[in-house]
Design a protein around this ligand. Structure first.
Ligand SMILES: Cc1ncc(COP(=O)(O)O)c(C=O)c1O
Length: 376
């Protein structure tokens, strides 16, 4: 067992694509923060601000942002995507291109723009070449392409390099919901030519819910009209006297008021672990675990793999269906797995497993025994 993830005996946690597990150091940091608040309030506020700066630095390195000023700390992915959708200046007849597999956060907000005459085009990405399916929907009225880096249900991993370069060539904005990548696999916002990257910290980054990364390039964020204002988003933050003000040049302009210091304390601790280990090692170990699950699924004739098996096409999500079960049957299988302390999800009409880099592979046999423990 990994010393930073002392899961209780018997628990097999394969649900990091939903909500991850905190490392020991994060639990310790939050306990210490609670204790500190109880005995001395914010007497050491400068130390909290240091943690906030540290977190921005860690997130900058995690996505390879050009500067920490490209990072804003928001509540969640949906908030970030909404800032983009309601910040851009749309014209009736514009369109947005996306996939037909997006989590609702990356669909509903774009659909809501229909009242302004903006169309959301959703590519069928079930084939072998999802990028071509997306690029085929682009026309002269397309303003933005938005995708999840890894699809939440099937686990399909998109070729962000190809999409980002195509967007850059055509002058489109490229928006990535990276919640299923950050903390799981390496990510380089500049290399993939992303204009916006959004991700809450509670999945693979092993942080709490409610503290999210919002990355934007300077050129991209300058296109967003602001809709939230307060003391924290101005250039001269902390100077409470002047009557004149202007929005911060950095992405802090998207943070209107007091920061979520508790969330910052927790996510900062979690990311310190990923930095210590190195994202290259985290990725390697995670992909080994996903590969093992994929191979185990492929060994069984009764199972159908929903996740693409070719390398580069999957990350930490592995989803399968049992050929003898319908959707209700899978719901029952899901309940059986959960009752056996195998924490997973019922997605894409099948069962989704999402291990992390520290997962104990020797537990996987017990998982398959439970899957096959009842005749279909
Ligand atoms: C691809 C994707 N985007 C976003 C979210 C969650 O969005 P939010 O951070 O707004 O809760 C999920 C959660 O399952 C997801 O899988």
């Amino acid at each position: 067992m990994h010393s930073e993830f002392p899961l209780r005996d018997g628990l097999i946690y394969l649900n990091h694509a939903a909500v991850g597990v905190w490392p020991r150091r994060t639990a310790d940091a939050v306990k210490a923060f609670a204790e500190e608040n109880m005995v001395q309030g914010a007497a050491d506020y400068p130390v909290w601000m240091k943690a906030e700066r540290e977190l921005r630095g860690r997130l900058q390195r995690l996505v390879n942002a050009a500067t920490a000023g490209d990072i804003a700390l928001l509540k969640n992915t949906s908030e970030g995507l909404s800032l983009i959708a309601y910040g851009l200046d749309w014209q009736a007849g514009d369109n947005i291109v996306s996939t037909d597999q997006e989590f609702p956060s990356n669909r509903i907000v774009w659909e809501s723009l229909a009242s302004m005459g903006v169309e959301l085009r959703r590519a069928d990405i079930s084939g072998d070449d999802p990028e071509s399916a997306l690029l085929a929907l682009i026309d002269e009225r397309t303003r933005l392409l938005t995708v999840s880096s890894v699809q939440f249900a099937t686990g399909v991993r998109m070729d962000l390099n190809r999409l980002g370069k195509a967007c850059r060539e055509r002058g489109l904005l490229f928006c990535v919901d990276a919640i299923q990548s950050l903390g799981a696999v390496q990510f380089d916002a500049q290399a993939v030519c992303a204009d916006f990257v959004v991700a809450d910290g509670h999945k693979w980054m092993s942080g709490p819910e409610g503290i999210a990364l919002f990355y934007s390039t300077e050129q991209a964020r300058d296109q967003l009209r602001l809709s939230q204002y307060g003391w924290h988003m101005v250039e001269a933050m902390g100077d409470f006297d002047p009557v004149e003000w202007s929005p911060a040049k950095s992405a802090r302009r998207f943070e209107p008021g007091s920061p979520n210091m508790l969330g910052i304390c927790a996510l900062n601790a979690s990311l310190s672990l990923f930095e210590e280990i190195g994202m290259d090692r985290v990725e390697k170990q995670l992909l080994e675990r996903s590969r093992l699950l994929i191979d185990q699924i492929l060994e069984h004739d009764q199972l159908e793999l929903m996740t693409p098996a070719s390398s580069g096409r999957y990350a930490g999500i592995v989803t399968f269906r049992h050929k003898g079960l319908d959707n209700n049957g899978h719901a029952a299988l899901y309940r059986r797995l959960m009752a056996a302390d195998i924490i997973c999800a019922h997605r894409a009409g099948g069962i989704r497993f999402s291990p992390h880099f520290y997962s104990d592979c020797s537990q996987f046999e017990a998982v398959w025994e439970t899957v096959f423990s009842q005749p279909v």
